[in-house]
Design a protein around this ligand. Structure first.
Ligand SMILES: [Zn+2]
Length: 206
């Protein structure tokens, strides 16, 4: 991690870096293990293709004799807008990892009090029943570009996001066996619920 710097962003920094963050987001979640690069507007759920996919049209629809153009799964504009919305939430915090001045990773999170609504928000039916009404520090996103993984950058980012004086337990929603999943296991995080599309909800007590 020699020249990698972790920077906590203030509001101006969030604005300044939002496009770079969105580009990293697109690259990370568009490749393995998520592969959310492109989606077909006509096919049902889970018909996704990685960013490395070079076809313009949906292969499944092509088999049915239809030419349907694939959509970007995470358009940069939409990610920027989502990011700006998340940064307005209570306790919102974003840290980036810089290699020289290039953003190569980020993590962001905010405070979340779990209630009946949380089940819907996290697509996690039954979560409230299992973990009860409590305040958490929710890790919304953590991403590091592939060639910078396994260097402790994700760990530093998450540690910075989780620093808070309230000693809130940490809540994470991720894909089973993703880099974030494996990192949370190393921290002694526990899976509390398996949800759709191979996602899991994990909790880490401070
Ligand atoms: Zn299709």
């Amino acid at each position: 991690m020699n020249d990698i710097k972790i920077v906590k962003l203030d509001v101006a920094g969030q604005k300044e870096n939002s496009r770079n963050i969105a580009n990293v987001y697109k690259e990370v979640f568009g490749s393995d293990p998520w592969n959310e690069g492109y989606k077909c507007p006509e096919c049902v759920n889970d018909n996704i293709y990685p960013l490395s996919f070079t076809g313009k049209f949906c292969p499944k629809c092509s088999l049915l004799g239809k030419k349907v153009e694939l959509d970007e799964y995470w358009p940069v504009k939409q990610v920027i807008s989502d990011f700006n919305n998340e940064m307005r939430k209570t306790g919102a915090i974003c840290c980036i990892a810089n290699d020289e001045s290039k953003v190569i990773g980020f993590a962001w999170g905010y405070d979340m009090s779990v209630n009946e609504e949380t089940d819907k928000h996290l697509e996690a039916p039954g979560l409230f029943k299992i973990i009860g009404r409590k305040n958490y520090r929710y890790i919304d996103e953590v991403a590091v570009l592939p060639k910078y993984r396994n260097m402790g950058i994700g760990k530093s980012l998450v540690t910075n996001i989780c620093k808070n004086d309230n000693f809130q337990p940490i809540l994470l929603r991720t894909k089973y066996n993703s880099p974030a999943f494996r990192m949370f296991l190393q921290f002694n995080g526990k899976v509390v619920l398996n949800i759709t599309r191979d996602r899991v909800i994990m909790i880490l007590n401070p």
